[in-house]
Design a binder for this molecule. Structure first.
Ligand code: BV8
Length: 248
């Protein structure tokens, strides 16, 4: 499809779904999973640390990695790509349409950019839960690493989905629903390699949606997308969304 056709379809669409991955936060200074780890964590691969086995084996090491990531994220801001998606959502909602943002990211930057209908498939860095029963705990002492639940003494862990763990059923079901009924599926900054999230753009394709990809690198989705912005999200999304939303 041509750019002009894509713009017309996006302007007319009443049901939009967006999937984002680590790439949309890259321009905020948050390293992606494909980026080499830096500093203290240079010798580890995220897939090795983001697992229940790693936490079982060395809870302090895993907790300290997430503390490092939280501290990094607190020092950065959402970028123009996050804000463009949030602006598109407002534009669609104001016209009575449906808009859903499905993110694999746990950095909370979409929420800080004002996105409302947000499905954080893989959890959130800034939420903590009990290792034993998954109950979210809001306050705990940072004296220990990892901290313990003040009520039960159980070890606490980040409330994120690790490799080998099931995604929250209700979130995944809602992500599948919005993907199945959407007219436009925008896929931004994901290597489309981690399942079940990576299946979503293909579900959208199978259900007749127009699928648009934003990624400077080719991915397994690229050959199948109706339109590809081979560019950085922060660079190409703001003008694209501005054209779709018109002069406002
Ligand atoms: C599951 C939270 C059922 C944690 C994450 C063997 C055993 C167990 C499971 C499996 C197995 N084999 C396969 C699986 C399934 C597994 C999986 O898919 N593995 C992959 C590696 C093959 N999935 C799971 O385990 C999931 N659970 O399946 O449960 C089950 C249970 C038991 C047994 C079997 C099945 C859980 C997956 C969730 C893991 N948690 N995050 C944390 O963050 O610490 S995943 C994490 O990695 C991210 O959330 C994200 O999803 C993924 C990384 O992907 P991306 O976001 O795409 O990031 P990436 O760095 O890869 O790519 C960035 C892209 O951005 C690049 O393409 C780059 O070109 C682009 N980019 C860069 N700059 C820009 C840009 N784009 C635009 N603009 C820019 N400026």
């Amino acid at each position: 499809m041509t750019f002009e056709e894509i713009v017309i379809r996006c302007r007319r669409a009443q049901r939009i779904a967006v999937l984002t991955g680590a790439g949309i936060s890259a321009e905020s200074g948050v390293p992606t999973f494909r980026d080499a780890q830096t500093g203290l964590w240079a010798r580890y691969k995220p897939e090795e640390l983001a697992t229940p086995e790693a936490f079982q084996r060395n809870p302090k090491q895993v907790w300290d990695w997430y503390t490092w990531r939280r501290e990094r994220v607190l020092q950065v801001q959402p970028n123009a790509g996050h804000y463009a998606i949030s602006q598109w959502e407002q534009h669609v909602i104001n016209r009575g349409g449906d808009f859903a943002l499905i993110t694999q990211n746990v950095d909370g930057l979409h929420k800080r950019a004002g996105s409302q209908h947000l499905l954080e498939l893989h959890g959130n860095l800034f939420r903590t839960k009990r290792w034993t029963d998954g109950v979210v705990i809001d306050t705990w002492s940072a004296a220990e690493s990892p901290p313990r639940c003040p009520q039960t003494g159980a070890l606490l862990r980040p409330d994120v989905v690790w490799f080998g763990e099931m995604l929250p059923h209700d979130l995944l079901r809602e992500a599948m629903r919005v993907t199945t009924v959407c007219e436009i599926f925008l896929c931004v900054g994901t290597s489309t390699q981690v399942y079940p999230a990576a299946e979503l753009p293909f579900i959208a394709l199978r259900n007749g949606a127009i699928v648009i990809e934003v990624n400077p690198q080719p991915t397994p989705l690229t050959p199948h997308a109706h339109y590809v912005f081979a560019a950085a999200a922060g660079h190409c999304l703001p003008p694209f969304i501005h054209v779709i939303c018109g002069s406002e």
